[in-house]
Ligand binder design. Structure first.
Ligand code: ME8
Length: 523
């Protein structure tokens, strides 16, 4: 079973912020989930390094564009390492392999007469790297996204006959039975795309004569390939196109292109048109999640209100940052975030719910059995309940990219065990029935074990830590793969060691909200 997932390739004019890490962590969670389900996963991310925006950023910093790209793409890689992102490959559009792929695709489109020369005048937003038709400019004459005035540019460019693909794209998006169906998610964003498609498609400029920092057109070296066309092709370069046919055929078409709604149009319309023009299969799904705002404002460096992944990690640790980033808003919808909201969720879900379950179970094992819990008359009821609940509520949501719902199922499963502990009141049983007490605590350990397996995609380090703390036997990843194949509850021996007791305390220390209400950060 093959699974190919991509993130956008990010512009290197700036460093990664929480918006970029949102998409990348989400893709990582899905990639890890698929691996646990025994898929052969290819997970591609990378950096978008050409175009006017990058050239301008380099000039401003007094660097060559290539130096800026080298420096910034290395920074993106560092952030992904920090966040434990398990990508298969990291593509940079300045790599030779990408030049080869772009030249090949452009030449095919040219040979098939989908490219023609035309004089064009239009309003160009460098921030978006695109021309805007007058009707899409806002009432202040600005780009609807960047709120800056686009520049009137007049050029003789090569154009791509996007209009030729209008009907075929519409059919492929709207008809789920089409053999080349592209599923656009979520539904409301699909409807927006359909609406726009029905209004008609205009041909788009495919080259720039005034942008030097790009890939020269194979048939006219005075012009460079428009950065968006260049960028989209990364999805096939990354899996070996055109030179490694075996690898390319193994992974293409992509199962999911993941991104935010800002760039859905490029992925849902322009990319399929390029692929159709080149007679290549279309991606199976394009998923556009929502946009984060911070305390009600668009995040931007100029407003000074950007949350960086490093800041998050400093405050919450790696796994909690992964968890909070992807679960703080419903996946697919826009959402406003704040330090206060993140910390509240940290304390509720991680310190109080998950951390508490692990810590109280281990403490009881220590207090009542000196960490050696006897396996007498072990009752599986609670474990079966937790396992059944997760199987029913977690998996379906993961497979539908409803990450916030899947994580909520996990929280509910943890709460279920915590509630059972309250209800059993083992501290009372301790006075009367040692066998029953052992069976209680053993069942909490077993239930926490199952929870750790499901926690793996979201919090790989924490899941492994919990596994170790509980002294569960075997490699958690291997056991999880087996578990998700047949759902037979692993019968673990627990050999908890004294040294692990401290680790329990440090899993998720509570964070005081006063620390978060740093006046400088809040408006
Ligand atoms: O658009 N909320 O790169 P980019 C949620 N190079 N997600 C956000 C976000 C926010 N506030 N801000 C950014 C480009 N993102 C092109 C892509 S792909 C062939 C070329 C995430 O650096 C989200 O995934 O501007 C969004 O689509 C992407 O970063 C835009 O990254």
């Amino acid at each position: 079973m093959i699974f190919y997932i991509t993130t956008p390739i990010y512009y290197v004019n700036d460093i990664a912020h929480i918006g970029h890490s949102y998409t990348t962590i989400a893709a990582d969670i899905i990639a890890r989930w698929k691996r646990l389900n025994n898929f052969d996963v290819f997970f591609l991310t990378g950096t978008d390094e050409h175009g006017a925006k990058i050239a301008a950023a380099a000039k401003e910093k007094g660097k060559t564009p290539q130096d800026l790209c080298d420096e910034m793409s290395a920074k993106f890689k560092e952030v992904w390492k920090l966040l434990n992102i398990s990508y298969t490959d990291f593509i940079r559009t300045t790599e030779q392999r990408h030049f080869t792929a772009v030249e090949k695709i452009i030449q095919i489109l040219f040979n098939k007469r989908f490219i023609f020369k035309k004089k064009y005048e239009g309003l160009y937003c460098v921030g978006c790297e695109r021309f805007y038709p007058q009707k899409d400019i806002d009432e202040n004459g600005c780009c609807p996204f960047h709120k800056t005035k686009p520049i009137l540019q007049s050029e003789e460019n090569y154009f791509f006959k996007l209009s030729a693909f209008q009907d075929s794209i519409l059919k492929r998006i709207t008809n789920p039975n089409h053999k080349e169906h592209i599923e656009i998610q979520p539904e409301e964003r699909k409807n927006e795309i359909i609406g726009k498609l029905k209004n008609g498609l205009e041909d788009i400029s495919l080259s720039r004569s005034i942008v030097e920092w790009g890939i020269p057109l194979p048939f006219d070296k005075k012009q460079t390939v428009y950065v968006w066309v260049d960028a989209l092709i990364n999805y096939i370069t990354g899996i070996g196109y055109p030179e490694n046919t075996t690898k390319f055929q193994k992974y293409w078409p992509a199962d999911v292109h993941l991104m935010a709604k800002d760039i859905l149009w490029f992925h849902a319309v322009i990319w399929p048109a390029i692929l159709m023009g080149a007679e290549l299969p279309l991606p199976k799904q394009v998923y556009a999640h929502g946009f984060f705002t911070l305390n009600g404002d668009k995040m931007s460096k100029s407003l000074g209100n950007v949350i960086s992944p490093q800041e998050l990690v400093n405050k919450y640790g790696v796994d909690a940052s992964r968890y909070l980033t992807v679960t703080i808003t419903p996946f697919g919808s826009d959402g406003d975030i704040s330090w206060q909201g993140l910390t509240l969720k940290y304390n509720t879900d991680l310190a109080n719910n998950l951390g508490n379950l692990v810590s109280r179970t281990i403490k009881m094992a220590d207090k009542y059995f000196n960490l050696k819990v006897p396996q007498t008359n072990f009752d599986l009821d609670l474990v079966k309940k937790v396992a059944g609940f997760l199987k029913e509520n977690f998996i379906v949501n993961m497979n539908n990219m409803q990450l916030h719902k899947a994580s909520q199922a996990l929280q509910n499963a943890i709460a279920l065990v915590n509630k059972q502990i309250e209800c059993d009141a083992p501290w009372k049983t301790a006075k009367t029935d040692a066998d029953k007490l052992a069976s209680y605590i053993y069942s909490y350990l077993q239930a926490a074990d199952i929870i750790a397996l499901y926690l793996l995609p979201f919090m790989p380090g924490t899941a492994e830590k919990i596994w170790h703390i509980m002294g569960a036997s075997g490699n958690i990843n291997e056991i999880a793969k087996k578990y998700f194949a047949d759902f037979i509850i692993p019968k673990n021996g627990f050999s908890i060691s004294k040294s692990q007791l401290q680790n329990t305390e440090s899993l998720f220390p509570r964070i005081s909200l006063t620390v978060v209400f740093n006046k400088k950060r809040l408006k």
